[in-house]
Write a protein that binds this ligand. Structure first.
Ligand SMILES: [Zn+2]
Length: 199
């Protein structure tokens, strides 16, 4: 039996479509509820702009997940560090942003490196909490790549913390999810966490 050389899987998000017109009308209502005059010429285009911005923030781009047979039997950690991350907090509809560090320990197949960033985006462009986002990226890679292990760390600053409430400006929240050898083997786990955190 031979493994296919290059395998491609078209990844399309399966979330419901955004109704931009309804979103625009809702923003008009929100402006009015906030005591603002939506008929003010300065605000004339705001509902449309807000609807477009939210649509973009909630719609991941399609991509092909390209995998290759691990012919060289590479068995060390593959790590993409500091992948830029933007998402929307589902509690406040405010952004949180930061970086993701994503690693896997290859088994039969390896992955085009740029794809790790696309997997992060696939789940980041949604209403999220950071813990679930971290877990979803790890689960997805474990399922689609079937590596010996997966590790994901996300460091993010939440606008709902920085701009309001406790106003913990610059505070970063750290979350992690690990599967397989990165969970069970202390040496692999240690290697992942020290490489990912850059120390
Ligand atoms: Zn929040």
């Amino acid at each position: 039996m031979s493994t296919p050389k290059v395998a491609k899987l078209r990844v399309v998000h399966n979330r419901t479509h955004v109704d931009q017109h309804a979103a625009g009308r809702a923003v008009t209502d929100l402006l009015r509820a906030l005591g603002k005059d939506p008929d003010n010429p300065h605000l004339a285009d705001t509902p449309r702009r807000v609807a477009t911005a939210f649509t973009e923030m909630l719609t991941p781009r399609e991509f092909d997940l390209t995998t290759f047979p691990n012919d060289e039997r590479y068995d060390e950690l593959v790590l993409a560090r500091d992948i830029p991350l933007h998402s929307l907090c589902e509690h406040h509809l405010l952004p949180f942003h930061g970086v993701a560090h994503v690693a896997y320990l290859p088994a039969e197949r390896i992955l085009g490196l740029s794809k790790l960033a696309r997997v992060v985006e696939l789940f980041a462009r949604d209403l999220q909490v950071q813990e679930r986002l971290t877990q979803q990226v790890a689960d997805w890679l474990q399922h689609h790549l079937e590596p010996k292990g997966v590790g994901v760390i996300i460091e993010a600053e939440h606008m709902c913390m920085s701009l309001r409430g406790v106003q913990a400006n610059g505070a970063r929240t750290l979350t992690s999810a690990v599967h397989g050898a990165l969970r069970e083997d202390p040496r692999s786990r240690q290697e992942f966490f020290s490489l990912a955190r850059g120390r």
